[in-house]
Design a protein around this ligand. Structure first.
Ligand code: HEM
Ligand code: HEM
Length: 304
């Protein structure tokens, strides 16, 4: 599929298709969860020991029709999210698309799946063996946010990033000449300062605290670049092109600067996220086996 362009921004039809493929099911799943929640509020507000007498118990109890369906959907989503792992470790799965797409699938299923399981569990403090699996799931999903933040440093390989920065650097020099030609005399200095803000971005963060500072500094410079270009009085189209080139370069430099420390932290973080995920899957497998084989959990779905 060819890429279309507006200004100097490329529109990738595959990226749009990817967003639709993910966005539509996500919205549908969230709407369904919301409806289930709203209809079930009277049940969820009933104390656990009285629920068995509630009119909605046969539907909303974890072993009721809706309860089991919620468990199935949640489990399904938390299985689909492992396609990220499949894509990551099996080289011949390159046809499945890029890693960024599968990371998005991982994040969405890793949040919506647990949401369904929370509803399946009846929004009360779970007990017993599955209670441990439930809390592992909650911790894994919450810890995911920090991992996702670190993962944001790796949109591509470090080598690719350096090559891209080289190419972007050339674009930057051309852009500067172009902008100076387009700009009123008084604004040339402002443009020069904006370009220097991006070019002289030399940081070597060593810790998580310094990564946070790096991000704050990146945001500060991005704001300054926008303000300077705005004040330079450059025609709108040229200004937007300049802004996106400068901000793209800034973000690449930020990624390269934080690369090593983010990689190291992600390795440590995985020591938390992955074992908890494995524990959750193992406990869930035992729970599902028990529920289906000894509890006849699927019987209500077939009118039993
Ligand atoms: C195919 C998937 C699943 C099925 C058929 C299923 C079935 C059931 C059934 C029948 C119950 C009621 C048990 C009882 O009342 O004694 C139950 C409760 C529960 N399930 Fe599942 N389940 C599934 C997946 C999961 C998963 C993946 C988790 C969490 C990681 C989970 C967490 C819970 C919790 C927290 C409860 C409530 C326990 C309590 O009330 O203390 N379920 N499930
Ligand atoms: C129940 C929910 C979740 C489970 C069971 C789970 C499971 C896993 C597993 C097994 C891995 C290892 C992947 C591999 O290296 O092959 C992983 C990695 C990861 N997960 Fe999750 N995850 C969950 C939720 C989330 C959420 C909600 C986020 C983000 C908000 C997230 C972000 C990540 C990131 C950034 C990695 C590291 C990827 C890498 O190093 O290649 N996860 N997760």
């Amino acid at each position: 599929m060819a890429k279309a362009t507006t200004g100097n921004r490329e529109i990738d039809p595959w990226a749009i298709a990817g967003w639709i493929a993910l966005g539509v099911p996500t919205v549908l799943l969230c709407v369904v969860a919301l409806i289930v929640f709203v209809v079930g509020v009277p049940y969820y507000l009933t104390p656990s020991e009285l629920r068995i007498e509630h009119a909605l118990h046969d539907l909303y109890g974890a072993g009721g029709i809706i309860g089991v369906l919620l468990g199935l959907i949640g489990t399904g989503l938390m299985t689909v999210m492992l396609l990220y792992t499949v894509r990551k470790w099996l080289p011949f799965t390159a046809f499945m698309g890029n890693m960024q797409f599968w990371m998005r699938v991982h994040v969405i299923c890793g949040l919506v799946g647990p949401l369904y399981i929370v509803l399946h569990g009846g929004l009360h403090m779970p007990t017993g063996f599955i209670g441990i699996g439930f809390w592992c799931m909650v911790l894994v999903a919450l810890s995911g946010f920090f991992g996702r933040y670190l993962f944001g440093y790796f949109p591509q390989t470090a080598q690719g990033l350096r090559v891209d920065i080289g190419a972007a650097q050339e674009r930057l020099t051309e852009l500067r000449a172009q902008l100076v030609a387009d700009t009123r005399e008084a604004a040339v200095e402002a443009v020069g300062r904006a370009v220097r803000l991006v070019k002289n971005f030399d940081f070597e963060p060593q810790s998580i605290g310094e990564l946070v500072i790096l991000d704050a500094e990146t945001r500060r410079r991005a704001d300054l670049v926008r303000i300077m270009l705005h004040r330079a009085g450059i025609p709108r189209g040229a200004r937007r092109r300049a802004e996106s080139t400068l901000l793209e370069q800034l973000s690449m430099r930020r990624n390269l600067a934080g690369w090593d420390v983010a990689r190291k932290l992600l390795r440590y973080w995985n020591l938390f996220h992955q074992p908890l995920a494995l524990a959750m899957y193992a406990i869930s497998a035992v729970h599902i086996f028990n529920a289906v084989v000894f509890g006849g959990a699927f019987a209500p779905l077939f009118g039993g």
